[in-house]
Design a protein around this ligand. Structure first.
Ligand code: SF4
Length: 234
């Protein structure tokens, strides 16, 4: 099955517990004011991939000790059939590929999905697509409701475990305020289109606290660096 993908990265360390594979599905119809991932809104942008290619990335991440998979966007439920196939496949693969002792808590790799839909908006079809996830973060980003809650961009967003693994893995984090860095900075070589002596590019992963994004952009600009493929999740 084909799916539009905004980006992937491993390891992501700011969107769920441990070192994770991040997959950002392209397209979001929700248009939250203040969204910091506007580049993910347009459903035709990003890259067309096969779900099997994403599952191969997941298999490779598990072999490298991934603690989990985080699917975000954009809005993953804008492509519900592909999301369901991805999560089902990911659940099957982790049974075969999770490396013993790979995670800090000794638990298998988990599946976490971010959706901007609120709980009451999910309905049967969306819930079915999300069913294989161990935990979901639900709710629009609301710029007027800042929060210190780990992995959430606004105070209304809910982190809800959905499986036995999710309940154990996420129990310590449901009401936890982040005391670790919430943004991961990844510097990459210049793109071919910039020529051989072009500047390196920077991508940010995570949930910046209020004002942090402006701070990062200023710091990077002063060093002659630029952001590419913004992938954080508010
Ligand atoms: S914050 Fe998330 S749900 Fe809201 S518009 Fe941006 S990508 Fe969509």
């Amino acid at each position: 099955m084909r799916v539009r993908v905004g980006g992937t990265h491993f390891p992501v360390e700011t969107l769920g517990p441990g070192r994770r594979l991040g997959i950002w599905l392209q397209g979001c119809p929700l248009a939250c004011p203040g969204c910091m991932s506007r580049h993910t809104w347009e459903p035709e942008n990003g890259e067309s991939m096969d779900v099997a290619e994403l599952l191969e990335l997941w298999r490779a991440a598990l072999a490298r000790g991934a603690a989990g998979l985080t699917v975000s966007g954009g809005e993953p439920l804008a492509q519900p059939a592909a999301l369901a196939e991805l999560l089902r496949g990911a659940a099957l693969l982790r049974a075969a590929w999770t490396r013993p002792g790979a995670t800090d808590d000794g638990l298998p790799a988990d599946l976490l999905v971010y959706t901007g839909y609120e709980e009451p908006e999910l309905g049967a079809a969306r819930r079915a697509a999300l069913a294989p996830a161990d935990a979901v973060v639900t709710g629009r980003f609301r710029i007027a409701e800042p929060t210190g809650l780990v992995w959430r961009g606004s105070a209304n967003q809910r982190l809800t475990p959905q499986s036995g693994l999710g309940r154990v893995r996420y129990a310590p984090h449901l009401d936890r305020e982040a005391d670790e860095p919430t943004v991961q900075v990844v510097v990459e070589p210049a793109q071919a289109s910039d020529g051989p002596s072009g500047p390196p590019s920077v991508r940010l992963f995570g949930v910046p606290r209020r004002g942090e994004l402006t701070y990062f952009e200023r710091q990077l600009r002063e060093r002659g660096l630029r952001l590419r493929g913004r992938s954080w999740r508010p």
